[in-house]
Design a protein around this ligand. Structure first.
Ligand SMILES: [Zn+2]
Length: 387
């Protein structure tokens, strides 16, 4: 439902009135370090989030938890529609960051003018704060909204291995999926590349390289050829990158190398290219009959292609933004997110409805405080649209 001009004005006043509270909440949240690999810190971060949601969105009607040793817990919280809407949306929010414990000591959360900088403010702690306050405003004013199923996971930055089953389960319950990752220069993401991580190993036969230069087989020689072959199969124009980022091999200068390994990052924009890359890796063979090649790994996140349902959701969101007086652009990006899993299940996915700023994974990541207000209004109005 489109908000009436009166509701829209009341909503804007209510969000604006929360500006300082939102800033305080984000400062507090970003001042809790939540690196993906520190379960104790993740637990503290998650406890703060649930308390924060308790005082913004209110108590959750249902709480589902997935516990996997060595990872932060995955929690799904239900906030049913208080206005009787039968619709539901799934909101995806990861609470881990790429920043190791101790980063805050060198890089504390700071505000200068419209900008806040600090570990995780852009990716993606602002998104969660905006979501909590959007729910609070929506419910305080009695605006229509769908039920919101909020998924919190603490392993997104390391591939969502532990949380993926929960993500798929929640998305499978139906409805649109909103990913509260930050926006790309203000734009939402309606397509994301698929990401694969492959390991290629070459096995040779070790012999004294000086005494028997023709004997044995060199794994380093094999790997050198494989690296050139792999890089030669990239198709940047088609959106396919293949990057051998790590190569290791050999033991001594005078030994024909017995083993070499390479780690390869692959990005694709279409399922066809994903299939071509799979065939490529399956076809890798050794040049020397005495050597052999082994490939492991595969796709971490499937391609998120711009489906018709995602396109339709974007159109609705763009109308909502335009009613609020700003243009919501859409982009296709190279990074993957949990939105990729949702899109692979056929859901309509709008990714990047979180903070406005820049510098993801960089030591200067920042968000705009005005952007925070703007996007909280946007999410509140989008909820009304989807109710
Ligand atoms: Zn993120």
């Amino acid at each position: 439902m489109t908000l009436s001009p009166t509701d829209r004005a009341a909503m804007r006043t209510a969000v604006e009135a929360r500006r300082d509270a939102m800033v305080d909440d984000l400062v507090t949240y970003a001042s809790l370090e939540t690196p993906s690999d520190d379960v104790d810190l993740l637990e503290v971060g998650l406890a703060w989030i649930e308390a924060f949601l308790g005082r913004t969105a209110g108590p959750a009607a249902d709480r589902r938890v997935r516990v996997v040793e060595g990872y932060g817990d995955t929690v799904a919280l239900d906030f049913p529609s208080p206005t009787g809407s039968a619709e539901w949306v799934t909101a995806l929010c990861h609470y881990d960051t790429v920043w190791a414990e101790g980063t805050l000591a060198e890089w504390p959360v700071t505000i200068e003018g419209d900008r806040m900088t600090g570990p995780g403010v852009f990716d993606m702690k602002s998104g969660l704060v905006q979501l909590g306050h959007a729910l609070a405003v929506s419910d305080a004013l009695g605006l229509p909204r769908p039920g919101v199923r909020l998924l919190l996971n603490g392993d997104e930055e390391v591939g969502s291995i532990a949380s993926r089953p929960s993500i798929e389960e929640e998305v499978g319950r139906g409805g649109a999926v909103l990913v509260f990752e930050s926006a790309a220069e203000g734009a939402v993401k309606t397509a994301r590349k698929g990401v694969g991580i492959f390991e290629v190993q070459a096995f040779g036969v070790e012999v004294h390289a000086g005494l028997y230069p023709r004997a044995g087989a060199s794994a380093v020689d094999e790997m050198a050829r494989l690296v050139l072959q792999l890089h030669g199969e990239a198709d940047i124009d088609a959106g396919t990158s293949i990057n051998v980022g790590i190569v290791q091999g050999g033991t001594r200068t005078n030994v024909r190398a017995g083993h070499a390994r390479a780690m390869v990052d692959v990005r694709v924009t279409t399922a066809d290219e994903a299939a071509r890359v799979e065939r490529l890796f399956a076809s890798l063979t050794a040049h020397d009959p005495l050597a052999r090649v082994e490939v492991t790994g595969g796709w971490n996140r499937p391609v998120m292609e711009r489906s018709p349902q995602t396109g339709a959701l974007y159109e609705r969101a763009a109308r909502v933004a335009s009613d609020l007086g700003f243009e919501l652009r859409e982009v296709s990006v190279g990074g993957a997110s949990d939105g990729n899993f949702a899109a692979a299940l056929g859901a309509a996915v709008l990714d990047g409805v979180g903070g406005v700023g820049g510098g993801a994974h960089a030591r200067h990541e920042w968000i705009s405080l005005d952007g925070m207000v703007e996007r909280t209004e946007f999410v509140t109005a989008l909820f009304a649209e989807l109710a």
